[in-house]
Design a protein around this ligand. Structure first.
Ligand code: CDP
Length: 235
């Protein structure tokens, strides 16, 4: 069977993208690239430095110049990668409710997107990647040879995220998580540049009633079917 060399997975928060992408990447021996990490790192650095999330120019400069490294995991604490900003390990800090609440506002600025999209595209073009985000199939890597759009209803996604935060000991209520997610969905879908939406040639999969294993098996089957339709895809 031929295999897609560039796999793009998009969808809203907690639709199951990261878990699926990690499994697919391990299965295929590909790199797993989570583009959301870059938007989160810029947001985290802005909060640290007291840059207001309304200051588009300062945020753009930050995205253009931030010393950001994404490495294979340096600790065996369940992290899929290690993220360094100026040499400091911020892997878990990126997942805080404060970053969650601000990241979609930061990621809506065209200058921020331009800077990060450029970095992401360079990585994606190398091939043998499973790349995850909001605009991979539409903007970052439109030439991807397998595009997937994962979705799930809002309550289910908020519940998944709430359980993740609880497992890490973050003190948040389900209602807060639900409200943050509702606002992020609206910002991500409503922004002018690279809004969250399926690429016209993406396969759309609703994971509301599916567990991780079901999603993985279903996607493998979809990928094989897609490769049979387009036998020129490299193997
Ligand atoms: O893990 P979760 O799905 O909650 O979020 P994420 O993938 O880490 O992305 C965080 C935020 O970054 C999203 O809500 C978007 O606002 C932004 N983002 C984006 O605009 N474009 C991407 N390719 C990836 C993330």
């Amino acid at each position: 069977m031929g295999r897609p060399l560039r796999i793009a997975i998009d969808g809203p928060a907690a639709s199951g993208k990261s878990t699926l992408a990690q499994r697919l990447a391990a299965y295929l021996g590909y790199a797993y690239i989570d583009t959301g990490v870059m938007y989160r790192a810029v947001t985290w650095a802005a909060l640290q430095r007291g840059i207001p999330v309304t200051d588009e120019n300062a945020l753009t400069r930050l995205a253009e110049t931030l010393d950001l490294d994404i490495l294979p995991p340096t600790e065996a604490d369940g992290r899929p990668y290690t993220v360094l900003v100026e040499g400091v390990d911020i892997t878990w800090a990126l997942r805080s409710p404060e970053v969650d609440a601000a990241v979609s506002q930061v990621s809506a600025y065209p200058g921020v997107r331009r800077a990060l999209t450029q970095r992401q595209r360079q990585i994606g073009l190398r091939g043998r990647v499973v790349m995850v985000g909001r605009d991979i199939g539409t903007v970052v890597l439109p030439e991807a040879d397998f595009k997937l759009y994962l979705d799930a209803d809002l309550k289910t996604r908020a519940w998944r995220r709430y359980r993740e935060l609880q497992d890490r000991g973050e003190a948040v209520s389900f209602e807060e998580v639900l409200e943050t997610m509702r606002q992020r969905d609206a910002l991500d879908q409503g922004r002018e540049v690279a809004p969250l939406r399926p690429a016209p040639d993406a396969v759309v999969l609703d994971t509301t009633a599916m567990d991780i294993e079901e999603v993985f098996q279903r996607v493998l089957a979809l990928m094989e079917a897609r490769c049979r339709e387009t036998p020129h895809v490299a193997g």
